[in-house]
Each structure stands twice: as structure tokens, then as C-alpha cells.
Design a protein around this ligand. Structure first.
Ligand SMILES: *Cc1c(COP(=O)(O)O)cnc(C)c1O
Length: 368
């Protein structure tokens, strides 16, 4: 049986997405050029208002390739990047910029605390050298939702450029572009868009991209040159993952057919509710304050006073074809269950039943 993935991506895909990947494409043929154009148009279409000022630049690779390409292309040696960190992905952005030799500052919060826009405002007031700010919308380490809209307001007021790692929520969580300016929005194919893994992308403001010619120290990770490739002949500069493009375009068609990001978020909220109530019944506490938890991936603590072994729980669920992730926290034992993907409420019922049977097997009793 195909496993069901309760992970924050790669995740469970729709059969139609997998079927769209069953053929070969000539990477420089008209059919594939049209498919690439559809991909870029649809990616922009996911964020209301993006089509006016932004350019969609897909790039081959995992999501981190877009993070790295964005830092390389948008943050120059004359700039300074402020990274807002409350989990592993904020830390990753910080590391990317440091390795590239860019000037970086970071503000750290605890992993169970949201980014505080007031602290960002005062950091910007105190350090005039800062030109760019990077934030993670949904910190997948825990599933915490950061206040991107408020931070975007603060950053725009201070006249700096905001870069949003919107990886885990793109296609479901609202981004609040509207009258806000977000310089670059970064995401990938295999999260809330429910596509196959293999493509990362950036939606970048046109003027920022135009000003970035020749800045990237990397040939492959250069969003300016990558965009110019698409705009000159409609082609990818280097070998495109054709089947992944086809799968992602199909996934974007399904996203639209479902009713776009709002409908998708509503479906995920439904999953999260089934999961949260079920796990509560079984005695597993939610790690975050519920007001901070996004319905993307939920972090749970072991049952108080009971022994817990993630490897055994994981193996037990895997026997039923149900896959979950370990925790990613530096400080505490936790585990994570994704609420996204081409699943249904009854898949979550199956998962809860399997967790309950694990509890019975290991402790002789479920908390039910
Ligand atoms: C998934 C994810 C990434 C990218 O991870 P990859 O393994 O490189 O695809 C970056 N940021 C966040 C918040 C993510 O959830």
C-alpha cells in the first residue's frame, strides 16, 4: 500500500498529481515551455496581489535552494540582513547568510514564543546598517505561526526589505500582501501546494530582481539569471525536473479547483481539529500555546508520567502505513504530526486509532 504521510512535506499527494508525472517531456519543446509558463503564472496567482509587483522564479531543488538563492541574489556584500529566529528554519537562514559571508544580525526567541514585532522595530531603529529582514511564516520546527503581517508593516515603515520563508504554509496560510510590501516570498512544491518534491521558488518584487543583476556569487543559485532565462526563451537555464513540473502544475490546478488557499486552509483546519481533540483524548499535550499553533504541523509532548519512545511509536504507526516525524526541538522530547496533504478526516481517525493501539500495546491501556 502507498503510505499516508502525516508530515509537513514531502506529504501525501493526490493520485492525479502522481499520474501527471507518468510521461516524458522534451525539456526545450513548446509543450514544456507552455507548461513552465503555466507554472509561473499559477504560482503568482496563489498570492492575491502578487501578480502586480512580483515575478515567479522557480528553481530546481529542495526549499533550502530557494532560501540560499534568495540570500545570494538579494543580499549583497554592502547589505546587512536581520534574521528573526524562533526555530530551526530561522537558524538555517542565518547560517546560509553567514556562510555566504554576508553581514548578519539575528534576534532569538524561545521556540515556543512568536516573533515580537516591537522588538523588530527597535532593532531596526537601533541599527541603521540593516537593509533586509528575514522571517519564517510558520516555523515548522514546532508549527508556530509568526505575525508576518505585523512584521511586514514594521519593516515597510522602516524602509527595509522583507524576505519571508513561507515554505510550510504557502498555498494555505494567508500572506497579507495587500498594501504590505514583501520583497520576496519563498516556498516549495511539496508542502501546502501538495506537489511532488523537487522545485523551490521565489516570488520576488520586480524592481528588487532587476537591481540584483550580477550580485549572486553562485551561478546556479541566481534568481536574477534564472528569471532572465524564463523571460528570454521560456526555458529553464539548466536541466528542469520535467515530471516534477508536470506534477506541480497539476497540483496547482487542483488547488484552484478546490477553491484556492482559503478552501485549503479550511480543510487543514478540519484535520487539525480532529487531530488536536483526538490527541487530547489520548492524553498527549500540545507543546505550543494553542493561540500560536498553525494548522500545518502540530507538536505534541509525551503523555505525562508515561515512558515514551518515539522510535517505537513511529515503527508502530509505520506498520499501519502511517508516517509521522520526530520532534525538532533542541530542548524537549516531542513529536510532530502534519495536518497537510491530500488526506481526509478519516485518515486522521485511522491515525488516532493506531496511536491508541500503540498505547494499549505499550502500557496495557489507552487513555480513552
Ligand atoms: C520545509 C521548509 C524549508 C525547506 O526545507 P527543505 O528540506 O530544504 O525543502 C524551509 N523553511 C521551512 C519553514 C520549511 O518548512
Amino acid at each position: 500500500v502507498t503510505p499516508r504521510l502525516f508530515t509537513p512535506g514531502p506529504l501525501t499527494t493526490d493520485r492525479r498529481v502522481r499520474e501527471a508525472m507518468q510521461r516524458d517531456w522534451g525539456s526545450r519543446d513548446a509543450d514544456f515551455i507552455a507548461l513552465t509558463a503555466e507554472l509561473r503564472t499559477r504560482l503568482l496567482g496563489v498570492v492575491p496581489g502578487a501578480a502586480e509587483r512580483h515575478v515567479a522564479v522557480p528553481i530546481q531543488g529542495a526549499g533550502s535552494y530557494a532560501l540560499e538563492a534568495a540570500v545570494a541574489t538579494l543580499v549583497g556584500p554592502e547589505h546587512r540582513l536581520l534574521v528573526l529566529v524562533n526555530g530551526a528554519y530561522g537558524r538555517r537562514m542565518d547560517e546560509i547568510a553567514r556562510r555566504m559571508g554576508r553581514s548578519v544580525a539575528a534576534i532569538d526567541w524561545r521556540e515556543d514564543e512568536a516573533v515580537d514585532p516591537a522588538r523588530v522595530a527597535s532593532a531596526l531603529a537601533d541599527d541603521a546598517a540593516i537593509t533586509h529582514v528575514a522571517i519564517v511564516q510558520c516555523e515548522t520546527t514546532t508549527g508556530l505561526l509568526n505575525p508576518v503581517d505585523k512584521v511586514a508593516h514594521v519593516v515597510a515603515e522602516a524602509g527595509r526589505v522583507l524576505i519571508v520563508d513561507a515554505m510550510s504554509g504557502f498555498g494555505a496560510l494567508p500572506l497579507g500582501l495587500g498594501d504590505r510590501r514583501i520583497g520576496a516570498i519563498l516556498a516549495s512544491s511539496n508542502k501546502c501546494l501538495e506537489g511532488p518534491p523537487g522545485i523551490a521558488f521565489a516570488l520576488v518584487e520586480r524592481d528588487l530582481l532587476a537591481a540584483a543583476k550580477g550580485r549572486s556569487p553562485s551561478l546556479a543559485l541566481d534568481l536574477h539569471d534564472q528569471a532572465r532565462g524564463f523571460e528570454t526563451n521560456g526555458q529553464w537555464r539548466f536541466t528542469p525536473p520535467m515530471q516534477v513540473v508536470a506534477g506541480l502544475v497539476e497540483a496547482l490546478r487542483l488547488h484552484e479547483a478546490e477553491g484556492g488557499s482559503e478552501a485549503r486552509l479550511a480543510r487543514y483546519e478540519g484535520f487539525y481539529e480532529v487531530l488536536r481533540l483526538g490527541m487530547q483524548r489520548l492524553g498527549y499535550p500540545l507543546y505550543l500555546d494553542p493561540s500560536l499553533q498553525a494548522p500545518i504541523i502540530a507538536t505534541f509532548r509525551p503523555r505525562p508520567g508515561r515512558p515514551f519512545d518515539f522510535a517505537r511509536l513511529h515503527a508502530h504507526l509505520a506498520q499501519d502505513g502511517l508516517l509521522i516525524y520526530p520532534g525538532k526541538l533542541t530542548t524537549e522530547v516531542t513529536f510532530r504530526i502534519g495536518c497537510i496533504g491530500a488526506l481526509t478526516d478519516s485518515d486522521f481517525d485511522d491515525l488516532l486509532e493506531s496511536v491508541a493501539s500503540y498505547d494499549v500495546r505499550t502500557h496495557g491501556v489507552a487513555e480513552l
